[in-house]
Design a protein around this ligand. Sequence first.
Ligand code: PEP
Ligand code: MG
Length: 541
Amino acid sequence: MPDDGPWEGAAGRLSGLGVSQGRAAGPMIRLADPPELPAPRPVADPGAEAATVAKALEAVAAELNRRALAAGGEAAEILEALAMIAEDPMLLEEAERLTGDGHDAAHALDAAFAKHREALAALGGYLGERAADLDDLRHRAIAAALGLPMPGLPSPGHPYVLVATDLSPADTAGLGPDVLALVTEHGGPTSHTAILARGRGLPAVVACGGVMDLADGTVIGVDGGTGEVAIGLTESETAEVGQAEDARRARLRTSRGPGRTADGHPVRLLLNIGSAADLERDAAQADAEGVGLFRTEFLFLDRKQAPSFEEQVAAYADVFSGTEQVVVRTLDAGTDKPLPFLGLPQEQNPALGVRGLRVDRLLPGVLDTQLDAIAEAARRTGAEPWVMAPMVTTVGEASDFARRARARGIGRVGVMVEVPAAALRAGRMLQEVDFLSIGTNDLAQYTFAADRQHSALADLLDPRQPALLELIALCAEAGRRAGKPVGVCGEAAGDPLLAPLLVGLGVTSLSMAPVCVPAVREALAGLTLDECRERAQAALD
Ligand code: PEP
Ligand code: MG
């Protein structure tokens, strides 16, 4: 698949959104659909139905444990936790009881899972959201009871391109090394699938209409940059894609040094992390210049009790001692990242509700304690972290935040630009703070009034949308005038096709998942600043 004529031999093409760079080709396999529940059948032997129920749940747990073993690491923990749910004695008891009431095994399982799901959903918050995981287990258990192949990841014994309507948490966590690339019919550029694929370095295309209509075994080529999916590649084309991709990866592994355009214009390449562990695991390979987004809420997602001051100091100090420069973001709670310990009230419209900095309106002590803890961790480690707030909307909010942070001795204070109102007032914001960091994930969501998780709106969430680029340009220009840095830390920053364009718009740093750094570094090194500007202008036009 040469660069000047990719997919030449293809019999047809589909297109979606490329969300994770790289190319791959191979036979595709669709993720099996959840089983259809047949009409209930009369039960002659409840004991036999109860035995089928028990065997089905055992088979589900065994399959998940088997995959956990193969996956290792964090994925193994997720899969083992799911297996434990399948082994929950209360679930088995309820399903067995239902067989005693005359339900066949499949319907007994269906009803028992429904009851479990309801109980979990009623708890609300993070646990409520986990109710969706149960659906995946339900489908597996019913398939096992009906003697059908279990839905979920195939294990064909050879490398393949995984095609799915969407991917469940269990499936995404369990992707094995035999998966060459992902193509999904749903999903947006900042969706779970996209972020996961990028983290794994797997080429991925989302929002690819029609892909589920292709037959299993069809050889397809996937371009995770352009979003193109070519149907029916020849054997030699497939081999060529593999070789080119291997060469690209080998080249990227040797990539080192600061970000520069071909004519030497510096662009700081930084990392998005959620903990010191992320830094330890990935930083050396990325060879970035520091951390551009430390998502502190990731430390406390599962917590029912507020983390103490000392606990926070320790967690922040861990990160500060691992790298020279860190931009800490204060807690961004709410909407897709609920923090149960805050006990925030349920809202009709959480993305437009009390999230990010707005939590301070209801619970002012939380931000003050966090700023105290950041300042203390800085003192203990001798670090000079930059600190920024998420979801800032008005200049008044920016100035209040800056005042409180500076009162604690924090030297560099900034705000995230995630709301169009903040972008429109970028110049004024920069009179109050030292830097801006543009969160393109949320800025797209709020600019286009499109839920960032919504697959049907993925085209609106594409960061190439001129309206979004204009807002970014506005911020960058405000930064240039003020002589202050303006970076991007949303997923767009880690996309090697978009990165030059963002630099052309005038942003001074790009912060991204560690795995994205080498490809972005390479993309910038291949273009002069003027060429980046031409790309930016073309996109704006
Ligand atoms: C963003 O919105 O672009 C961002 C970086 O923040 P998060 O994805 O954590 O909301
Ligand atoms: Mg955000």
